[in-house]
Design a protein around this ligand. Structure first.
Ligand code: BG6
Length: 506
């Protein structure tokens, strides 16, 4: 056991946090292993799992990528990635054990014969590491390469053991392509073998949303249209698009963030309690939310694109000046909508959602704004002094939950001021939160699909996005500009001000 593991053990607040679940022996085959996701997220996550003793003793990683590398070269590359991006101090013992089962094959899988070297290497590694034929395939490849890889591995059924497929987004770019991809995958794998990643579901605070709602008796009775005035879901980023211009030009905020992360947050906020916390029970409830989402009219939608400005003190260029972005681009980097979940619980309660790049700062929150107290018996200058209660779920950063209450300001008269009741993860549990990918990889190795999206969920999400984008085709001039470092275009304010409400103050 390493020093930091001992330190964790000494923290009594960690008791009961992570049940010791260890997966079966298995080999993880990463397609796209020489890419950015592997370096930044996957290998650091595997290292963290190894360091916390959560990987099986018989475990192997086979990297597959187009870049030519030897096994040793791959290991050195990944060691560098872990040192740079890992959340724990680098421990030679942990690394040595992980690296011992790590191999690499340079191959694309664009023709049938190309799979030969990969299967040969996989079989040799399986024999060496005793992984019992259990295989997890991780698709971290660009969309254009996905079908080739799925077609090849679809035929690699091990003699014994189970197999699973982890698929990274984007899962299509519209409903038709998502259906095609789902059908292609499901001709070769069972739905129960497919693990579609929406990394937001791996975030600790997103999982806590279900616990907050369904493990506390006080919320459920008021979690509905009678007590809640409206909901605001914000996924604001201060970063721009970095070096992803070519990708982003064909994606935009609506497909990049709203279609998946924002809609998942909305579903978890709005869904009915599931009978049990199992993958299908929870996913059935989320699908019901997506099916109940009213198709918004154009007047319920805002899209914007950032121009030059200042973000967190630094000057930044506008979207159209970014690398690999067209000078006349009409790709949206901001999206806001007023949505309605048309069912008994939520009818008439707006869900205002927004996401964007180059906004004033990074913040992902869900704000549940309750209705005002029905009658105020105090002599106040203005009813605005007693603001409605807000339950604010901080997804990131400053992870936690806070509730605003009205309190009497100490003194001889009655003056009311809003105060916060806060739960902050850092203070309450005194531990770092695991990275989303740690939890997601572990769950896939364990075969637990609760934090992964099902084919029908993905298709429902795309159906809504298609309906939204169809409006834009009919409204080509509707893209608003906003200054980088602001909170988005002014018509996003108008969207909510028109209902006598405002975006949550930052
Ligand atoms: C990804 C998007 O899915 O999520 C990125 O493609 C975005 O554009 C990222 O920056 C945000 O994730 P997180 O975990 O940093 O909020």
């Amino acid at each position: 056991m390493t020093e930091s593991q001992l330190a964790d053990d000494a923290n009594p607040l960690l008791a009961g946090l992570a049940g010791p679940r260890t997966p079966d022996p298995c080999a993880l085959v990463i397609f796209g292993a020489s890419g950015d996701l592997s370096r930044r997220k996957l290998l650091p996550a595997l290292y963290a799992l190894a360091r916390n003793g959560l990987l099986p003793d018989a475990f192997a990683v086979l990297g597959v990528g187009r870049t030519e590398m030897t096994d040793a070269g791959f290991q050195a590359h990944m060691r560098g990635a872990i040192e740079q991006h890992g959340r724990f101090a680098f421990d030679e013992d942990v690394w040595r054990e992980l690296a011992a089962g790590m191999r690499y094959v340079a191959a694309g899988l664009d023709d049938e014969s190309a799979g030969g070297p990969v299967t040969d290497a996989l079989k040799a590694l399986e024999r060496e590491r005793g992984t019992a034929g259990n295989r997890v395939f991780y698709l971290a490849v660009p969309p254009a390469a996905m079908e080739d890889v799925v077609a090849a591995i679809g035929t690699w059924r091990p003699a014994g053991g189970w197999r699973r497929l982890i698929v990274e987004k984007p899962l299509g770019h519209d409903l038709a392509s998502a259906r095609q991809l789902n059908a292609f995958v499901l001709e070769r794998f069972f739905e129960s073998e497919v693990f579609r990643i929406d990394h937001y579901l791996g975030k600790e605070t997103v999982q806590n949303l279900a616990v907050l709602r369904f493990a506390n008796g006080i919320f459920e009775p008021v979690w509905n249209r009678q007590f809640i005035d409206h909901v605001q879901i914000t996924a604001a980023e201060s970063i721009g698009i970095g070096s992803r211009g070519a990708f982003y030009e064909h994606t935009g905020a609506t497909r990049d963030i709203f279609q998946n992360h924002l809609l998942q947050l909305l579903a978890l906020t709005a869904m009915e309690p599931a009978a049990d916390f199992t993958a299908d029970a929870v996913r059935n409830e989320k699908v019901k939310v997506f099916k109940s989402l009213d198709r918004p009219g154009l007047e319920q939608l805002v899209r914007g694109q950032y121009g030059p400005g200042f973000v967190e003190g630094g000057e930044v260029r506008g979207y159209r000046e970014e690398e690999e972005v067209a000078s006349e681009s009409v790709t949206e980097t901001y999206f806001a909508a007023k949505l309605y979940v048309d069912n008994w619980r939520w009818a008439g309660t707006p869900f205002y959602v927004r996401c964007g790049k180059r906004l004033a700062r990074q913040e992902t929150t869900i704000a549940i704004q309750f209705k005002r107290a029905p009658h105020l018996p105090f002599a106040l200058d203005s009813d605005d002094d007693a603001r409605p209660n807000v339950l604010l779920i901080h997804i990131q950063p400053d992870e936690g939950v806070s509730m605003t209450l009205n309190a009497k300001v100490p003194g001889y008269g009655v003056t009311i001021r809003g105060v916060n009741m806060d739960f902050a993860y850092g203070g309450a549990f005194r531990t770092d939160l695991p990275e989303a990918y740690e939890r997601l990889i572990l769950d896939a190795l364990l075969g637990d699909a609760i934090l992964f999206t099902r084919a029908d969920e993905v298709e429902e999400q795309w159906a809504l996005v298609d309906a939204i984008r169809a409006h834009w085709q009919a409204d080509p001039d509707g893209l608003a500009g906003y200054v980088a470092g602001s909170w988005g275009p002014s018509n996003a304010d108008a969207l909510i001000h028109g209902d006598n409400r405002s975006w949550r103050r930052h």
